[in-house]
Design a protein around this ligand. Structure first.
Ligand code: SF4
Length: 231
């Protein structure tokens, strides 16, 4: 996977750095191992909103996927039972309610939902629709969540948006960086990098492969040197 064309030097540096780092540090999750299973990919993306990946992975492997194999299994489950099952992850009332509705809709279908149909499902939106397109359908689609926005903001000084799903400039920028080949792994790497290196707190700038050209890092170093007493 090389850098896509028409990128600035800084953008190319970013993409190459993410790919090199990702090849050594990619995390293993059940929805990545089973990314040819629409049910697993969709349920994971649905639960990943506002919940740590490690917690969702453990929950899916140890509980949810042992009990449910299809949307019809979930549709048949009592909503109260589903709430109890989802309780450890939090947001269980709204999640159980939406999952029941989604599962009933998808259970009756013979074909997989389209991008537009996923967008319209309860509690779904641009991120889930794009993630399903990329990770299940293997289409070249960008993804932007709070973590990825944070990396773009720090490295490129890209402005932050309050409503990410409406901020076309973020999605256009993410798409511009997305390689033509192996974009699926690039998106995984970007998610992993934002969770493990460019974290909200305790960020790992000293070990970051992008530090050399990162706006945030450069600004921090220059403020530090300005604050030093002159000798
Ligand atoms: S140098 Fe620091 S702020 Fe910049 S991308 Fe790396 S971890 Fe994030």
């Amino acid at each position: 996977m090389g850098s896509p064309r028409h990128l600035s030097e800084k953008e190319g540096f970013f993409v190459d750095g993410i790919v090199k780092w990702g090849r050594k540090n990619k995390r293993g999750f059940v929805w990545r191992e089973k990314n040819d299973d629409f049910f697993v990919v969709f349920i994971a993306e649905f639960l990943l909103r506002k919940t740590k990946s490690e917690n969702v992975d453990k929950f899916l492997r140890e509980i949810f996927l042992k009990k449910f194999k299809t949307f019809c299994d979930v549709a048949r489950e009592d909503e109260g039972e589903l709430k109890e099952l989802l309780r450890p992850l939090g947001l269980h009332n709204q999640r159980a309610n939406a999952l029941k509705k989604i599962s009933s809709l998808l259970c009756e279908r013979e074909v997989m939902p389209t991008y537009e149909e996923v967008l319209e499902l309860p509690q779904c939106g641009r991120y889930i629709a794009n993630a399903v397109e990329c990770f299940f359908y293997k289409k070249r689609k960008p993804i932007v969540d709070h973590n990825i926005q944070r990396v773009f903001n720090r490295f490129f000084s890209l402005p932050k948006a309050i409503e990410i799903h409406k901020a076309d400039y973020l999605w256009d920028f993410a798409e511009k960086l997305l390689p033509d080949r192996d974009f699926l792994n690039y998106n995984y790497y970007l998610l992993d990098f934002s969770a493990l290196v460019c974290k909200p707190r305790k960020l790992q700038c000293n070990r970051c492969p992008l530090a050399q050209k990162c706006d945030f890092r450069i600004q921090k170093l220059s403020l530090r040197s300005e604050g030093e007493p002159h000798v």
